[in-house]
Design a protein around this ligand. Sequence first.
Ligand code: SF4
Ligand code: SF4
Length: 56
Amino acid sequence: MIIKIDQSKCSGCKICMEICPVGAIEEMDGIRVNMTRCIKCRSCVVACPIKAIVIK
Ligand code: SF4
Ligand code: SF4
């Protein structure tokens, strides 16, 4: 399972970066999830106002 941000939807609001408990969301050529840090808590998926974060 991976947490992925749909770059075509993401507005760059950074709400997900603020809410992630382990700092796994980084800004690097768009907002991206660093899966080596992500603990798959799904907080960002719930928090994204436009549902740009998907679980695969
Ligand atoms: S699933 Fe949780 S740990 Fe992973 S990026 Fe989202 S908020 Fe951070
Ligand atoms: S909360 Fe959603 S729209 Fe905002 S930066 Fe994160 S992925 Fe993009």
